[in-house]
Design a protein around this ligand. Structure first.
Ligand SMILES: Cc1cc2nc3c(=O)[nH]c(=O)nc-3n(C[C@H](O)[C@H](O)[C@H](O)COP(=O)(O)OP(=O)(O)OC[C@H]3O[C@@H](n4cnc5c(N)ncnc54)[C@H](O)[C@@H]3O)c2cc1C
Ligand SMILES: NC(=O)c1ccc[n+]([C@@H]2O[C@H](COP(=O)([O-])OP(=O)(O)OC[C@H]3O[C@@H](n4cnc5c(N)ncnc54)[C@H](O)[C@@H]3O)[C@@H](O)[C@H]2O)c1
Length: 458
């Protein structure tokens, strides 16, 4: 016998879970939201928000260092305290989700702190500090479990006190030196922050380049800038063994070189654990890395899944987008199936690395007849005016048969904002001829798009 019956149970209250649960509750459904950690998930407490506060701080330092030659003289004494204070006080309220719980309850939902597991079709068992609570869902079970940091099987690593993003965002004091394992978005964002605050930083990437999912031109530009800032970037030289002697880490690289650092940050991707969710009960493969969903986020009869676990891009905006579709479907409100053609991604380094749609390589793999156009930001009027800190590029990937952009990358100051126009163009399939006829404000960064489009013919 269940302990209670509700309309919907949401297991995992990350950005997507919170969205779908809030929407269902606001529509009058009896909704139980379940999370064993903090209501809001990774993004507000351990990921997007705190790291962007860090990058705001490191960006301010970089701008202050650019004053000579532009506006006088400057000398900068970095201090981590305001960043750590903003994260603990403004962003996370001391990693306390009381306000988020109240906000959710304000929509009419109820929150239960515990670990949810599907134990039968339409049934979730929640393990709380007080024991097991069995809930039947009349209408929907929504899964939004997110991901955990993936720790690679490097000899000795598991026995050391390494950091993941979860420890790094809580740091009150920065180390004098750090090795960052992994050169994806997490690794490069943290690396730039730490280096700009004075930490001697080495990025160890097992693959051939940083930001492997982005255009190689973007990755190579960022690598050059990192090197100029004093960050050591080691590619294709993974860690073979890690030790900790009580105060320092020793990282032995495959090349035979050894690093001695005060801290080690593991940023080597994310993992899901479907076995603990009990999805096998529904015939879903528990050993798969993702829960497969259709365009309406349906994973099985009466079960929806949203967010990172679906494998459509580990981004808050994707999770929330999917959650809105799932909520519409559950409420019978004519949902429009998901369309990821113009799903954007922004790495918030300085300059920002922003991308939408397909990279050139992805387009070619799909057999799209492709031409590309590229322009350098410093050669645009705005880039030239901007001066120091103007490194960047715009690359567009055009389907020549349909004469539409199918992808674009912007590396620029505020590159994520510049990307907005290109995301609209990719989504709505604006013809290149029409894009060329646009009046782009002078002198903006996005006006450099004209030169990128001119280059498509070149
Ligand atoms: C360092 C870092 C920086 C990032 N920066 C950005 C950024 O700038 N922009 C961006 O768009 N994305 C960013 N991301 C990605 C972003 O954090 C995720 O895509 C986002 O949190 C959405 O995840 P989600 O909705 O799948 O769930 P999550 O946020 O992962 O939340 C899932 C929740 O489910 C809970 N849970 C799991 N299993 C159970 C269970 N069985 N029972 C109960 N509860 C459970 C967890 O405790 C967690 O609270 C970043 C990620 C990292 C690591
Ligand atoms: N600004 C943003 O939107 C933002 C920021 C951070 C993270 N995220 C999201 O979070 C997800 C996770 O990011 P991530 O950077 O942790 O993962 P990732 O999978 O994107 O990158 C991990 C990197 O680590 C490397 N790697 C793997 N094993 C290694 C090893 N043993 N030694 C050295 N390098 C190794 C991989 O080659 C890869 O380049 C991303 O997919 C992204 O969507 C988004």
């Amino acid at each position: 016998m269940p302990d209670e019956t509700v309309d919907a149970v949401v297991v995992g209250m990350g950005p997507g879970g919170e969205q779908v649960a809030g929407q269902l509750a606001a529509a009058g459904l009896d909704v139980l939201g379940v999370d064993h950690r903090l209501l809001g998930g990774e993004c507000p407490y351990f990921a997007c928000i705190p790291t962007k506060m860090m990058l705001r701080g490191s960006g301010a330092l970089a701008e202050a260092r650019r004053v000579p030659g532009l506006a006088g003289t400057s000398r900068v004494w970095p201090d981590w305290t305001p960043v750590a204070d903003r994260i603990s006080e403004e962003a996370t309220s001391g990693w306390d989700d009381r306000d988020a719980v109240l906000r959710f309850e304000g929509t009419g939902g109820r929150f239960l702190r515990g670990s949810g597991r599907i134990t039968a079709p339409g049934e979730v068992t929640v393990t709380t500090s007080e024991g097991e609570h069995v809930v039947r869902a009349r209408r929907a079970i929504v899964l939004n479990p997110g991901t955990e940091p993936r720790v690679p099987p490097v000899e000795g690593l598991a026995e050391t006190p390494f950091w993941t993003n979860r420890e790094a965002v809580r740091a009150r004091r920065l180390p004098s030196s750090i090795a960052v394992l992994g050169g994806g978005p997490v690794g490069v964002e943290f690396a730039q922050v730490l280096a700009r605050f004075g930490t001697e930083t080495t990025v160890i990437e097992s693959g051939p380049r940083l930001l492997s999912r982005y255009e190689p031109e973007a990755a190579s530009l960022l690598t050059g800038l990192f090197t100029d800032e004093g960050i050591t970037v080691r590619t294709e030289d993974p860690a073979g063994r890690v030790r900790h002697d009580g105060s320092r880490f020793t990282v032995e690289l495959s090349s035979g070189e050894t690093l001695s650092v005060e801290r080690l940050l593991v940023a080597t991707g994310r993992r899901t654990d479907l076995t603990t969710l009990g999805v096998g009960t529904l015939g879903i493969d528990e050993n798969a890395g993702t829960v497969e969903v259709d365009g309406l986020m349906r994973a099985a009869d009466g079960v929806w899944a949203v967010g990172d676990v679906t494998g459509h891009g580990a981004f808050t905006h994707v999770s929330v987008y999917q959650a809105r579709i799932a909520a519409d479907d559950i409420l019978g409100r004519d949902p429009v199936p998901a369309d990821y053609r113009a799903s954007p991604a922004v790495v918030f380094t300085d300059p920002e690395v922003a991308a939408v749609g397909l990279t050139e390589a992805e387009a070619r793999e799909r057999g799209v007849p492709v031409r590309t156009g590229t322009t350098e930001i410093p050669s645009s009027t705005r880039g030239w005016i901007h001066g120091p800190g103007n490194a960047g590029l715009i690359k567009v990937v055009v389907d020549t048969e349909r004469d539409i952009p199918v992808g674009a990358t912007v590396v620029a100051p505020s590159g994520g904002e510049v990307l907005g126009a290109l995301a609209v163009a990719v989504q709505t399939q604006v013809h290149v001829a029409q894009l060329r006829r646009m009046i782009l404000a002078f002198p903006t960064f996005h006006r450099a798009l004209e030169s990128a489009l001119d280059d498509v013919d070149g």
